[in-house]
Design a protein around this ligand. Structure first.
Ligand SMILES: [Zn+2]
Length: 330
């Protein structure tokens, strides 16, 4: 994942070009930073304090660290209305839906969601499911085939249209608070790589708690800020980009879930990112892939069998690139 052939085959290069153009509209030419007129100052989403130290800067955005709990986030962020505009109509956001529909990406996502569903079904029998930010609906389609009563919310009109046409799914197109959903009516709520994008992750957790049945389950997947790749490479990892506002760790996400009446019962991480780290250790571009032609011997390059073991060790110790958390409504 993230290597250059994957990038080309999925059209991510065009997507990134569009994002670059959009970014240049957002940045002040003189300072190279986000325009003051677009700024929105935020507090730590976990402890609600505004006491931070500077962490690093990337692409004109400043990353700060909460001195109370260590949470890393972008501050100032892009203004909420602009973010909303982004999710409905910015060219890059619409182009992203094209990326998701490429053959290689569909194959990748189907495999990814099949694994996620299998994992999830170790803890819940098929029932009523809500996938927030469901995109094309691949996960919902797979879930439905396994007997789930599958519902989704997706604010991007284009993604919703694909979900409806491709899978015949009926997807809600409004924010949760504007929908007339019955409280305590869902058995499971999923948020696959969604929470890190949301202007107010707290609101979503509150809504999820309201909509879940007692003892209902929430499953969240986010980039893992405690991952070895992020801790070693900091801003060089693809996880850091202005679309990702918050960088959760197993501890900070659990604290946040506790505040909203959830009890975490399983934490797992995935993607060891061995090749990415190996490339970085050798001063190569981390995302150049694993077929770099090197004529020298390097202590960092390991045989496949060892790489596999290393990746397993990383994920089992919650150092994987993505964090998956399961919690129940208390
Ligand atoms: Zn904090």
């Amino acid at each position: 994942m993230g290597t250059y052939d994957f990038v080309k085959e999925t059209g991510r290069d065009t997507y990134w070009e569009l994002m670059e153009k959009e970014k240049s509209m957002m940045l002040d030419r003189r300072t190279g930073k986000l325009k003051k007129s677009l700024e929105r100052h935020v507090k730590c989403p976990v402890c609600r304090l505004d006491d931070t130290s500077f962490a690093f800067e990337k692409d004109g955005f400043t990353y700060v660290k909460c001195l109370e709990c260590g949470m890393l986030y972008i501050n100032p962020q892009l203004d909420e209305d602009k973010i909303r505009a982004q999710y409905r109509s910015l060219p890059s956001q619409n182009y992203w839906i094209e990326v998701l529909q490429t053959e290689r990406q569909l194959k990748y996502d189907t495999k990814k969601f099949r694994g996620a569903l299998e994992d999830m079904m170790m803890f819940a029998e098929p029932g009523k499911l809500l996938d927030i930010g469901c995109n094309l609906g691949i996960f919902l389609d797979l879930a439905r085939k396994k007997g789930w009563d599958a519902h989704g919310v997706e604010l991007n009109e284009k993604a919703r249209a694909v979900a409806e046409k491709k899978f015949g799914l009926d997807i809600y197109g409004k924010p949760l608070e504007e929908l007339d959903l019955e409280p305590e009516s869902f058995d499971v709520i999923t948020l696959w790589e969604v929470l890190e994008h949301l202007t107010n992750p707290r609101d979503i957790l509150e809504q999820a708690h309201r909509l879940l049945k007692p003892n209902g389950m929430i499953v969240i997947l986010v980039p893992n800020c405690d991952s070895l790749a992020i801790r070693m490479m900091h801003g060089k990892t693809a996880a850091f980009g202005w679309g990702h506002l918050w960088y959760f760790t197993p501890a900070s996400l659990e604290t946040l879930l506790n505040q909203y009446g959830f009890k975490v019962f399983k934490v797992g991480t995935e993607l060891g990112e061995i090749d990415t780290i190996t490339n970085h250790l050798q001063f190569d571009d981390p995302y150049i892939g694993n077929n770099v032609k090197r004529r020298y011997k390097s202590p960092y390059i390991q045989p496949e069998a060892i790489k596999k073991k290393l990746a397993q060790f990383i994920c089992e110790n919650n150092l994987g690139y993505k964090l998956r958390m399961y919690a129940k409504k208390r």
